[in-house]
Design a protein around this ligand. Sequence first.
Ligand SMILES: [Zn+2]
Length: 291
Amino acid sequence: MSLLDLLSSKPVLFDGAMGTELQNRGLAVGSPPDLWNIEKPEVVRQVHLDYIRAGSQVVETNTFGGTQSRLERSGAVEFVDSVNSTGAKIALEAAGKTAAVVGSVGPLGSLIEPYGDISKEDAAGMFRKQVETLRTYGVQTILIETMISLDEALVALEGAKSAGASEVGVTMTFQRSGDEVRTAFGESAADCVRRLEKAGASFVGSNCGSGFEDMMLVATEIRRSTRLPVLIQPNAGVPTVENNVVQYSGSPKGFAEFVRSVSKIGIEMIGGCCGTTPAHIEEARKVVDSL
Ligand SMILES: [Zn+2]
């Protein structure tokens, strides 16, 4: 099923966070969530099922850190194929005919030349390989997310397309400075989405970074800069750490209000990033149904 076929007059509801939700279910903070596809597949499956039961129409594979570079950093490079193949299988099995599945692709975790030491060719190859595996195991739509550099976002898009993916979305992470929203590299949200649109992204948007209020500013800026469908997935507020436990202050009701506001400006797809839970999606579902 094509993700964009789901678009209708009401926003499409994605799932909430995977990484922080696995932490809620026992994953140690700092430990790579993707390896649980192999070690604890039943927990990953249950997270997908809980989101679907709460009303998500789309779930993301637990493969955010499934590139070679990222797994190398975790000392688990030998799992680069199995993390992605099992991630695809678990999500597709949980979704059945009830939800669509998109393949999550996150940043490499190391910078690309000239800021870091990974060449653009190597970087594109790592993204291509991950996407090839996801596609081989049945995930057709790819979501490149949490990109903080336009360069890396464009390289990832190129890699995904060279793997044969025809439906590829890219969401980036922005920070607010005054009334502007920019990436950590200083690129404006408007420039990012225009460049991504030109490079052939099927949809664009933003995820992670900050809470609901700042994300509203990001969403507004993106909405007026592109005609592509837009996906917005905020964190549940800015995290704070207390006694080694990461806490998020954004409540399910607050998220539901965000969903209402962001729907009003014509955002087509909405979900949650870090700190959002099935309870957040359940409240959001009520709002979407009432629109
Ligand atoms: Zn996040």
